[in-house]
Structure formats: C-alpha cells, structure tokens
Design a protein around this ligand. Structure first.
Ligand code: NAI
Length: 244
C-alpha cells in the first residue's frame, strides 16, 4: 500500500534512549522528520539529540509518572507545532516476583501506554494522516512462565490497540493504529538472556517496524518469521505449552 506523506513529519517517541526507540529516531531523522524524544536517561537523550542534529527536541520524563508523561507529550507537541505520529516504545521486564518490581513493569508498560493512547485519541481526531503505534511483543500471545507480568502487560496493549482500531472504524476516523509485535531483537533487554533464538539484528528489525508504521499496518510481527511462532503458540494445547 502506498502511504501518502505530508511535507514534514512530526514524530514523538516515548522510550527513545536506547534500542528500538533510538534506532527508530535515527530512521525518522534520516527521512527528514522533526522529532520529540522522551525517556528517563538524560545523558542518552542528549547524546542522541546531538547525533541527530537540529529539529530534534527532547524531554526527560519517566513513563511511569503519568502526570509528567502527559506534560511531556503536551510540551513536545507544542515545540513540534503539532505531532502527527506517536510511538509508545517504553517497556521494561524483570524476572522477579516482588510486587514492587511487577507493579513497576505494569506502570511503565501499561500506565504510560494508556496516557499515550488517550493523548492521541484527543489530538489525532482531525489528522487523517496521523499514526499511533505501540510496541507490544510476541509475549502477548500466551502467558509467560519466566515473567507473567511482562506477557500480561503486552497482551493488555494488543487488546487495547485493537479496541482503538474498532473505535476508529466505527467513528469514521482515518488515522492509524499499529500493533508491533517483536520476537527477539538484539538490544539491552535481551542481551545475556537464556533461551533466545532467531534473534534479529536491531537495524533490520527496526526497519521493519518503521515500514509497518508508515504503511499503517494493523498488526505486524518483527521479524516476519515470528508470525509462524505466534500461530504455533496460539494453537498448541495448554499441557504442551507448559513443557516448551
Ligand atoms: P531497551 O531496554 O533498549 O529499550 C527500552 C526503552 O524503554 C528505552 O528506550 C527506554 O528509554 C524506555 N524506558 C524504559 N523505562 C522507561 C521509563 N520508566 N520511562 C521512559 N522510558 C522508559 O530494549 P528494547 O528491546 O529496545 O525495547 C523496546 C520495546 O520493545 C519495549 O517495549 C520492549 O518490551 C519491546 N520488545 C523488545 C523485544 C526484544 O527482543 N528486544 C521483544 C519484544 C518486545
């Protein structure tokens, strides 16, 4: 599908300090977009802004601090002269069953996501070219043994994003909502973890994510072969799923 491009894109990325978020920022900058970057780590954001040059704005904010994230989105929207793309990429995972850790995952992966999703609902209504994307995960498909909270937060995102698409369809709005479901990608999140396979290089995976958002895809597995794993995960009976 051919995507029609307005003159200068204005893109906000929540969770831009490393990995997929930072790489997406590089791709959009290369295409001449103006960028608004949000993350907690000021030094990483400053280094990325210096690398990307003029046209890149940043706000240091914790996605788990909902007031501060909401204010950061408003501030960047004003600085960019009206965002037309918002990517919710911030995400964490702890292999820990302490409630403080698990609720932190909930706050970043879902609390901040809801702030972003409601923000676009209010701001993209009259922008048919606008795009909203959430980076969920293959882990959304079935319950995750090593980290039940992580899979559950990603399943929440997938369900919410589908609800948004239904809402857009029924209200006749034309902006797009993309659910990006990565398998394993070589980033800080996966480095050193056991049981990884089909680990994709960051640049290859991010190019596919970028393309999916620009082409207004509804659901995309990254890399593409993970669609097969998703299908297998869906169809295998629970007793077999426990063993793999
Ligand atoms: P990463 O650890 O390099 O990136 C995590 C990003 O989240 C960083 O850019 C950071 O700025 C942001 N972030 C974390 N906590 C934050 C907070 N409290 N406030 C604001 N920003 C915060 O790892 P990666 O892989 O680039 O992760 C990006 C997204 O992709 C995450 O949502 C992750 O769950 C998802 N994902 C990654 C997979 C992988 O294999 N690397 C697989 C499936 C999903």
């Amino acid at each position: 599908m051919q995507s029609s491009q307005p003159s200068t894109r204005r893109v906000i990325i929540v969770g831009a300090s490393s990995g997929i978020g930072a790489e997406l920022a590089r791709l959009y900058a290369r295409d001449g977009a103006r960028l608004g970057l949000i993350a907690r780590r000021q030094d990483c954001l400053e280094a990325l802004c210096a690398e990307l040059g003029p046209g890149t704005e940043m706000v240091v904010a914790d996605a788990a601090n909902l007031e501060s994230l909401s204010a950061a989105l408003d501030l960047l929207d004003a600085r960019l002269g009206g965002a037309d793309t918002l990517i919710y990429n911030a995400g964490i995972n702890y292999m820990s069953r302490e409630w403080k850790k698990e609720t932190e995952v909930l706050a970043v992966n879902n609390g901040g996501f809801v702030v972003a999703a409601t923000w676009v609902h209010a701001h993209f209504r009259d922008k048919p070219q606008a795009r909203f994307a959430g980076i969920s995960s293959i882990a959304a498909i079935r319950g995750s043994g090593p980290s039940p909270i992580y899979g559950a937060t990603k399943a929440f995102m997938c369900n919410y994003l589908e609800g948004m698409r239904k809402n857009l369809f029924r209200s006749g709005q034309r902006w797009s909502v993309s659910d990006i479901r990565p398998g394993f990608i070589d980033t800080d999140m996966t480095r050193g973890q056991k049981g990884m396979f089909w680990v994709a290089a960051l640049d290859k995976a991010t190019r596919q994510i970028y393309r999916a958002i620009e082409d207004r895809k509804r659901v995309t597995y990254v890399t593409r072969r993970w669609r097969l794993i998703a299908w297998v995960m869906r169809v295998i009976p629970e007793k077999i799923y426990y063993r793999v």
